[in-house]
Design a protein around this ligand. Structure first.
Ligand SMILES: *Cc1c(COP(=O)(O)O)cnc(C)c1O
Length: 496
C-alpha cells in the first residue's frame, strides 16, 4: 500500500484517503506519495485496451491507498459520464505534424479543473466516512478563476459537504465571474476579494492553520478541507489524462509504444505539470516537460537561475488562471528532487514566507533542468499565437493554451528537439471571449453575450451549452470583501 508523507515532515505516514480528507498537513506541508506504482511496457499496452474510465481505474487504483477497488470504480463512473461532451473525455487533436493538443475542457465548466473536481467530491465523501467518522467537510477554495466554478459545480448538492470560494474580483474574466456568481445550490458560498489570487490562497492556507476555527467547527461535527491543487485528490486524477493521451497517440499510429514524448503545460500553481511529472514517475515515456508561464514569469526565472523570488510586480493578464506568483505545488517537486529532505524543504518555505525568496542547491537545479524546460509568453505574443493558430489551422486556442503553444514552439526552435509534443489545452476559448476577439479582430463588443455570439460566428463552432445558459441565470452571490477581511468573511459564510 502506498503511503503518503508531508513535504515538511517525513514522520507523517498516512493513506491517500487520509491525505485527501485532510487536504494539507498540519505542519503546513503538502502530502506526497512515498513511492509510485509503475507501468512497464506490458502495463502500458494493457492500458491501450481500455477506455478513459478503465484507464482512470487502473492509474488511480495503484495510487489511492485507503480506497477499495469498488470505491474507485464507482467514483470514476460517476465522474466521467454524461457530463462530458466528448466520449473520449479528453480528446487529443493533431494540430500539425508532431504537435498535438490535449483538450481538457470538455467538462461541465469548460476548464481542465473539471477532470479532478468531478471526481474529488466522490473521493472526499468516501474518505470522510472512512477516516473522519463522517464529519461534514467545509471546503475552502482560493481561485484564480477556473477552480472556483469547477469546485462549485462538483460539490453543489453533495451531502455532507459545503463549499466556499474566494476569487479576485478584478482578476477573472467576466464569463468566469458569471459562472461563479450564478451558481445554484444551498451548500455553496462565493466571495469576491479586493486582492489577487496569492492573497486569496495565502488567506485560505492560514484559515487551515487557525486552531480556534478548527475547534469551533469540530464541536459542530465539521472540519475544513481543501479543493485546491494542494489536495492530493486534485492531482491524482490529472495523471490519468497523460496516460490517456499517450495511448491515443499510439492508437492513432503517431508513435510507437515506448517512444518518449514531450509535454508542454501552461502553468500557474504547478499542479497540472506536476501531474505529468508523476505520470513520468509511473512509467510514462516522457522526454521534456515544458513549463510555460505568462508575463508572471516567476517559474521561468526559477528554472533559469535556481532562485525563486516573488519580489516582483504582479500582472493581471488575459490568461488569469496563471496569474500566480506563489506556485504551491513546486514544494512537492522540491521534496522529491532533494530526495525527500523535509528539513531542506522547510527552510526553503520559511525563506519564501519571511524573505520572499529561496534558492535551491546546484544539484537540485541540475536535476530540475534535466527534465524541465521553462519559458514565458507576454501579452503581445499570446494574442499573436491565438491569431496565427486560427489563421493556419482554423483552430481556436484560449489564451492559456496559447501561452503553452508559444513557449513550446520557442523551445523546439531553440533546442532543435523534434520529439512529438502534447500541449495541454486547458480551457475553452469561450470562457475568454473578450480576449479572444481582441486578439483575432482587434475589437470586441462590450456585452458578454454579444462577444460569445461573435466568437461563435467567427470561429465557426458553438459555445459550450453551460456557457450559453448563463444568460438566463440570476446572480446569486454578490458578496465582496477587502483582503484584510477574508477571515471574517469566511466565518460569516461558514456560519461560525
Ligand atoms: C488552473 C489553470 C491553469 C494553471 O494550472 P496549474 O495546475 O495551476 O498550473 C492553466 N490554464 C487554465 C485554463 C487553468 O484553469
Amino acid at each position: 500500500m502506498i503511503s503518503y508523507r508531508s513535504t515538511r515532515d517525513n514522520g507523517v505516514h498516512i493513506s491517500a484517503a487520509q491525505a485527501i480528507a485532510r487536504g494539507i498537513s498540519a505542519d503546513g506541508g503538502l502530502f506526497v506519495p512515498e513511492t509510485l506504482p509503475r507501468f512497464d511496457a506490458a502495463g502500458l499496452e494493457g492500458l491501450r485496451a481500455l477506455d478513459y474510465k478503465g484507464r482512470a481505474r487502473a492509474v488511480l487504483g495503484g495510487l489511492l491507498s485507503g480506497f477499495s477497488e469498488e470505491d474507485i470504480a464507482e467514483s470514476v463512473d460517476a465522474a466521467y459520464g454524461e457530463q462530458w461532451d466528448d466520449p473520449a473525455v479528453t480528446p487529443l487533436v493533431r494540430l500539425s505534424s508532431g504537435l498535438y493538443l490535449l483538450e481538457l475542457w470538455h467538462g461541465p465548466t469548460s476548464a481542465f479543473k473539471d477532470i479532478a473536481l468531478q471526481l474529488l467530491p466522490h473521493l472526499l465523501t468516501r474518505a470522510m466516512t472512512k477516516t473522519a467518522s463522517g464529519k461534514h467537510a467545509d471546503i475552502l477554495v482560493a481561485t484564480s478563476g477556473d477552480t472556483g466554478k469547477a469546485a462549485l459545480a462538483g460539490f453543489a448538492g453533495v451531502a455532507g459537504t459545503s463549499v466556499t470560494v474566494f476569487y479576485p474580483r478584478e482578476g477573472v474574466s467576466r464569463i468566469q465571474k458569471l459562472q461563479m456568481t450564478t451558481q445554484s445550490g444551498n451548500n455553496v458560498g462565493v466571495c469576491g476579494i479586493d486582492g489577487n489570487f496569492d492573497d486569496a490562497q495565502t488567506a485560505v492556507k492560514k484559515l487551515f492553520g487557525d486552531k480556534a476555527l478548527a475547534a469551533e467547527l469540530e464541536c459542530k461535527g465539521r472540519t475544513l478541507s481543501s479543493a485546491n491543487s494542494i489536495n492530493w485528490g486534485r492531482l491524482a486524477p490529472q495523471i490519468v489524462y497523460y496516460f490517456h493521451a499517450y495511448c491515443a497517440l499510439a492508437d492513432a499510429g503517431e508513435i510507437q509504444t515506448g517512444e518518449a514524448v514531450n509535454i508542454a503545460v501552461p502553468t500557474g500553481n504547478f499542479g497540472n505539470i506536476l501531474a505529468a511529472w508523476y505520470a513520468l514517475g509511473m512509467g510514462l515515456p516522457v522526454g521534456k516537460l515544458i513549463c510555460a508561464s505568462n508575463r508572471n514569469r516567476v517559474l521561468t526565472d526559477f528554472l533559469a537561475t535556481g532562485v525563486y523570488d516573488i519580489r516582483r510586480p504582479f500582472y493581471a493578464t488575459t490568461s488569469p488562471s496563471m496569474d500566480i506568483l506563489i506556485s504551491s505545488n513546486l514544494e512537492r517537486l522540491l521534496h522529491a528532487l532533494t530526495d525527500g529532505d523535509d528539513r531542506a524543504v522547510n527552510s526553503m518555505m520559511i525563506g519564501l514566507a519571511t524573505h520572499c525568496r529561496y534558492e535551491v542547491p546546484e544539484a537540485v537545479k541540475e536535476r530540475l533542468t534535466q527534465r524541465f524546460a521553462g519559458g514565458f509568453c507576454d501579452e503581445t505574443d499570446c494574442a499573436a499565437t491565438i491569431r496565427e493558430t486560427f489563421a493556419e489551422h482554423s483552430y481556436l486556442v484560449d489564451p492559456h493554451t496559447a501561452v503553452g503553444l508559444r513557449v513550446c514552439g520557442e523551445y523546439m526552435r531553440r533546442t532543435g528537439d523534434t520529439a512529438k509534443t502534447i500541449v495541454a489545452a486547458t480551457a475553452s476559448p469561450f470562457k475568454f471571449a473578450g480576449s479572444m476577439l481582441a486578439a483575432l479582430t482587434g475589437k470586441a463588443p462590450a456585452d458578454d453575450f454579444a462577444q460569445l455570439a461573435e466568437l461563435e460566428r467567427l470561429g465557426g463552432r458553438s459555445m459550450p451549452p453551460a456557457i450559453a445558459a448563463l444568460r438566463g441565470l440570476p446572480e446569486r452571490h454578490t458578496k465582496t470583501c477587502r483582503k484584510e477581511d477574508i477571515f471574517a468573511a469566511a466565518r460569516e459564510l461558514l456560519g461560525v
